[in-house]
Design a protein around this ligand. Sequence first.
Ligand SMILES: Nc1ncnc2c1ncn2[C@@H]1O[C@H](COP(=O)(O)OP(=O)(O)OP(=O)(O)O)[C@@H](O)[C@H]1O
Ligand SMILES: [Mg+2]
Length: 263
Amino acid sequence: MSSSQPKTAPPALLEARGVTVAFDGFRAVDDVTFTVAAGALIGIAGTNGAGKSTLFGALAGQLPVSAGEIRLQGRDMTALPAHRRAGLGLARTFQVPREFGTLSVLDNLLAAAPNARHETLAAAWFGRPGGRRRDAELTAQADEVLRLTGLAAMRDQPAAALSGGQKKLLELSRALMGQPRCILLDEPFAGVNPVLIGQLLEVLRAIHARGLALVVIEHHLQALKTLVQRLVVMDQGRILADGAPQAVLDDARVQAAYMGGVA
Ligand SMILES: Nc1ncnc2c1ncn2[C@@H]1O[C@H](COP(=O)(O)OP(=O)(O)OP(=O)(O)O)[C@@H](O)[C@H]1O
Ligand SMILES: [Mg+2]
């Protein structure tokens, strides 16, 4: 019987359906439908205030939606708090990095590992060997992440000593500690010097090559175009265009939203 039925496609890795986020009635994100396939590499652009970061907040669980639903591998997680979504494989970075300045780079990564606090407390109070073993495993994982992101030389420095660009790499490193399937990156290139932008691009390509899906918010459309397979442009809370990067850049509505000056 089932052979006569049409094959249904597997659910998208991440899916927003009709998502609206309103602040006192103002729709910062307005009826957005958007899917991320496993292993995709997608850019999100749009002018200031278009709703890009708010959309990330809704997807990752920092902001409640006013309408719509969010699914991860077909599972409705609209009501789940951020840490539960992270546990299911969805990580994000913030536009303004959120490092702990007085902690070392390594400790920033350890603090970002799921259940790190619980494990550390258990180990400290009960001297559980399991806790120590887990600490050793987490440290090994953190060292691997730091090699991948190029921050290994800064491992024992306080995070406050990092440059702006290195703090972006630290944000990304912290996100990787949860072993995500998808990372939402909010303006990873903003304020980063050209040398580090090159390093960051290489790191993102390497992470993507390992099978992670990446969604990258970036104002600079031409830079984004060189990285992504698909480009989404938002304007006033809505998706204006979604498709192959060049086709989106050529779209008349996108040109108009950027007032003829696509960056
Ligand atoms: N917590 C909030 N309360 C009220 N309004 C908000 C809040 N957060 C965002 N907004 C408003 O929602 C709109 C979208 O903001 P958002 O930060 O998502 O834009 P963005 O596309 O990320 O912009 P940018 O490129 O400047 O980072 C803006 O008008 C902003 O002022
Ligand atoms: Mg933003």
